[in-house]
Each structure stands twice: as structure tokens, then as C-alpha cells.
Design a protein around this ligand. Structure first.
Ligand SMILES: *[C@@H]1O[C@H](CO)[C@@H](O)[C@H](O)[C@H]1NC(C)=O
Ligand SMILES: *[C@@H]1O[C@H](CO)[C@@H](O)[C@H](O)[C@H]1NC(C)=O
Ligand SMILES: *[C@@H]1O[C@H](CO)[C@@H](O)[C@H](O)[C@H]1NC(C)=O
Ligand SMILES: *[C@@H]1O[C@H](CO)[C@@H](O)[C@H](O)[C@H]1NC(C)=O
Length: 430
């Protein structure tokens, strides 16, 4: 075979190189040698940036999976690898009569805001779908494997009510193989703990809608319109996450206030004169992401633990997004959106870009669950009006159900079981 012909630029550099005298070359080598010897920090820098940039942010990219193999590294909990070059988060929903994986009535842990059947939802079609990635399949969720792997361990979901939904879904997927007297669920303030006693394992949820300290942290009364987030306050909540073996973060909807900025508190909430600056949402969100990664770098041992981050959960409040002429939302929607490129208007691409940018610089390996696109299709899967109402409905609302439909949260069983199947897949077959 003929060697590839040299490009003009590379041939142009050749003469210059050959002009370096042997003396000059050895001098350069010596300088480099001394620099390395003296610069311990420099060495560490080279090592860590080379090493970490490959390990961090496990997206299903050709490049990252091939580097992963070259380095022969293995993430904690991994027992295999996913099929090569397959992006699990790109695919389509296919009808599957064997779904749901559990029945709503079989899982006593689902909060009344998510039990759609119990609250009168007339259709069940939304339960009978399976996510099918293009080009590979998701391994079957194996509750035994998951629970055995959690023996003597803690798994914690940290974030907002959407993450609480994913937490409950995980509990529902696992609890059936635990005998009745071997499990319990308790809530104390911001922390909810499901315990599997024989396994000495816990699956927990910690309420921190911004991850950072905020004025919306009260576990039950947190509907505050004037939201304020305190800069650099990750440890306020983070001290409750220490010692966790698998952590699953999310944070999104609370940042989206309808305004383009977020109020950031510089000092403390106790200060008499509060110093507050308004930052563009993306910038403020980026600060929280950085704080979260900083916390992980300090507290999560990459050899033994795993960090997941779930992307934005899309809502379906604006029917015009999917071509409704009149106003309308997810209420009465029983079919999904079939435009593969669909992306709702309240789902900020700019936030996805911030996530992407911050994680690409991450020093800790983060497994990213990119559920936004696959969930965007599912306007049929929200709780809508079929949930416990906290305040009695007024006659106007009763006359116009769409006015009080919840198009943010998801019925269980449902789409969040799929998020956990993806988590399962990435945990054991990264
Ligand atoms: C589930 O995992 C357990 C424990 O690793 C294993 O023994 C079992 O064969 C698995 N079940 C299936 C259906 O793969
Ligand atoms: C139970 O699990 C915790 C971690 O969650 C661990 O610290 C403790 O040692 C375990 N106890 C036993 C008896 O295995
Ligand atoms: C709900 O949707 C069906 C068609 O899918 C339509 O016939 C019906 O009028 C709708 N009901 C309401 C209250 O919008
Ligand atoms: C997540 O998936 C969407 C759509 O598939 C893509 O546009 C986006 O770049 C992905 N995000 C990241 C951070 O990889």
C-alpha cells in the first residue's frame, strides 16, 4: 500500500524540523525533563486531565466508548458493556403488551399525586410502551441483581419532585421481591428512606429542588414564586448525602420561572440585609452544576461509587407546540407525538448546552441519563387531572379540566420506569 501523500502543511514543516541541531534537541529534552521533575503539580495535571477527560461524562459517543476500552477501565458496578456505538437515548417507543412491569395497585409506595388509575384515568394505553433504542436493546430490568448489588449500600435520589417520581418508580420495581415484613418507607423532613432490611440496603430521596440551598427547601411547603438560590451552598444539603454509594441528581423545573433570570443570594438567608444579584438562568444553573461536581469530586470515590444525572423532564403545557389550534395541554391526550425531532418550547436547549459544557470538564465520571428527548414524545403520560388535588376545585375549574391538569409529573407505572431501566442499563453495562 502506498503511504498517504503528505499534506502541504506537513511537508512544509519538515525542513524546519531537520534544521534543529542535535545540540538544540538535547537541550530541549533536558529542559522538558527538568520541568517534569520539578513540576509535580504539572505532572498531576497532565495525568488527571488526560485520565479524567476520558472517564468523565459517559455519553454514548463513539469516541468515549472507544477510549474507555483502550484504557481498560471499569466503572463501579459494571458487569459488562453496552453494545458498541449505540446511543440508548435515541430510539422510539414500541407497543408492548407485557408492560407495565408492575401494576399501580401492587405498589403501595406511589404517592397519591401519581396514582392516575386510582384517580379515575379512563385509559391505560400509556402503560403499554417500551423504549427501543435504534440499533440495540435495553437489558431487562433485573430486580434481584439490583438489590443484591445494593447489599450494605445506600442509593440516593437528590432533586425535585420529578426525581421523587423516579425514586418511587425504583422502589416499585424492587419491592416485590422483598417480603412484607422486610421493608419500610419513612419520611423525616427532606429525606425519605426505603429500607430493605435483609439486604441492609436503602433507597432514599432527598428534596433539594435547586441542589443548592434555596428558599424552596421546606419539604412540604415550598410553593414560593419569588425563588432565591444561595451561591456556593452545596454543603447545606450535601452533608446529608455523604457516604452514599449511588447518587442520582436532577434539577431543572425550579430554575424555569418564566423570567430569564434567577435571584442569587451572596451571603446567608439569615443576613438582615440580603445581597441578591440576578443572573441569567443559564449562568445560575451552571453555577449549581459546578457546585454539584465539586461536591462529587470531594465526596464520591470514583472506584467504588457512581454518580448519575438525569436531564430535564419535559412538560406538555402548550398544545400549540404539537400543533393544536386552540389552547390546550396534556389533558385528554392519549397518544404520543410522532415527530422524531419534536422538542417542546419550555424545554430549554440552552440548559442542555450548559450541562454538556460543564460535564465535559468534569473530573468525576458522571453517567448522564439523557431522558429529555424520549420523554418529549409522551404527552399522553402525564398525571393530568388524575391525581389527588390539594385544594378543592372551584366550579370554573370543574368546567374546564385543562385549566388544572398537571402536565409536568408522570403517572406511575409509566415513563419513569423506563428512566430506571436506562439507569439499570448504564449502571451494569456502561
Ligand atoms: C437476575 O440476576 C440474578 C443475580 O445476578 C441472576 O442470578 C439471574 O439469573 C438474573 N435473572 C435474569 C432473568 O437474568
Ligand atoms: C449496613 O450498611 C451500612 C451502609 O449503608 C454499613 O455502614 C453497615 O456496616 C452495614 N451493616 C452491616 C451489618 O452489614
Ligand atoms: C377528548 O378527546 C377526544 C378525541 O380524542 C374528543 O372526542 C373529546 O371531545 C375530547 N374531550 C374533551 C373534553 O376535550
Ligand atoms: C441529549 O439528547 C439530545 C437529543 O437526543 C441532544 O440534542 C443533546 O445534545 C443530548 N445532550 C447531551 C448533553 O448529550
Amino acid at each position: 500500500m502506498k503511504p498517504p501523500s503528505a499534506s502541504p502543511s506537513s511537508s512544509a514543516t519538515l525542513p524546519r524540523k531537520s534544521r534543529l541541531s542535535p545540540y538544540l534537541l538535547s537541550l530541549l529534552a533536558f529542559i522538558l525533563f527538568v520541568t517534569i521533575l520539578r513540576g509535580e503539580g504539572f505532572l498531576r495535571y497532565i495525568f488527571s486531565s488526560k485520565f479524567n477527560s476520558h472517564r468523565s461524562f459517559h455519553r454514548d459517543q463513539n469516541t468515549s466508548s472507544s477510549t474507555k476500552k483502550k484504557l481498560g477501565e471499569r466503572l463501579a458496578y459494571a458487569i459488562g458493556e453496552s453494545e458498541k456505538d449505540c446511543d440508548m437515548f435515541q430510539g422510539r417507543w414500541v407497543q408492548d403488551a407485557s408492560r407495565p412491569i408492575y401494576e399501580e395497585s401492587e405498589c403501595p409506595y406511589i404517592q397519591p399525586q401519581l396514582t392516575c388509575q386510582e384517580h379515575g384515568r379512563p385509559d391505560k394505553g400509556y402503560q403499554h410502551w417500551r423504549w427501543q433504542p435504534h440499533g440495540c436493546s435495553i437489558p431487562r430490568f433485573n430486580a434481584t441483581l439490583m438489590l443484591e448489588s445494593l447489599r450494605g449500600k445506600r442509593m440516593m435520589f437528590v432533586g425535585d419532585s420529578l426525581n421523587r417520581g423516579q425514586f418511587v418508580s425504583m422502589v416499585c420495581l424492587l419491592h416485590r421481591i422483598i417480603p412484607e415484613n422486610g421493608k419500610s418507607m419513612d419520611t423525616l423532613g427532606s429525606l425519605t428512606v426505603f429500607s430493605a432490611k435483609e439486604y441492609n440496603a436503602t433507597i432514599e430521596f432527598y428534596w433539594a429542588p435547586f441542589l443548592l440551598e434555596s428558599n424552596s427547601d421546606e419539604a412540604t411547603i415550598h410553593r414560593i414564586s419569588d425563588r432565591i438560590v444561595r451561591k456556593g451552598s452545596i454543603n447545606k444539603h450535601g452533608k446529608h448525602w455523604e457516604g452514599v454509594d449511588i447518587i442520582v441528581f436532577n434539577t431543572y423545573v425550579w430554575w424555569i420561572t418564566g423570567l430569564e433570570y434567577i435571584k442569587i443570594l451572596q451571603g446567608s438567608f439569615e443576613d438582615e440585609e440580603k445581597e441578591i444579584v440576578e443572573l441569567p438562568t443559564e449562568e445560575a444553573y451552571g453555577l449549581a452544576m459546578e457546585s454539584m461536581l465539586g461536591w462529587c469530586t470531594e465526596h464520591m470515590d470514583a472506584k467504588k461509587t457512581r454518580v448519575f444525572f438525569t436531564s430535564m423532564s419535559p412538560s406538555h403545557d402548550k398544545g400549540i407546540d404539537w400543533g393544536r389550534i386552540s389552547d390546550g395541554n396534556c389533558y385528554n391526550e392519549t397518544s404520543m407525538i410522532d415527530d422524531p425531532t419534536y422538542w417542546g418550547s419550555d424545554c430549554k436547549k440552552s440548559i442542555m448546552d450548559v450541562i454538556s459544557e460543564v460535564f465535559s470538564r468534569s473530573k468525576v465520571p458522571i453517567t448522564f441519563l439523557n431522558i429529555t428527548q424520549l420523554s418529549s414524545y409522551r404527552k399522553d403520560a402525564h398525571t393530568s387531572i388524575y391525581k389527588k388535588q390539594w385544594t378543592p376545585l372551584n366550579p370554573e375549574q370543574v368546567a374546564n379540566p385543562a385549566s388544572y391538569a398537571d402536565c409536568v409529573h408522570w403517572c406511575l407505572p409509566g415513563i419513569q420506569d423506563t428512566w430506571n431501566e436506562l439507569l439499570f442499563s448504564k449502571l451494569f453495562y456502561p
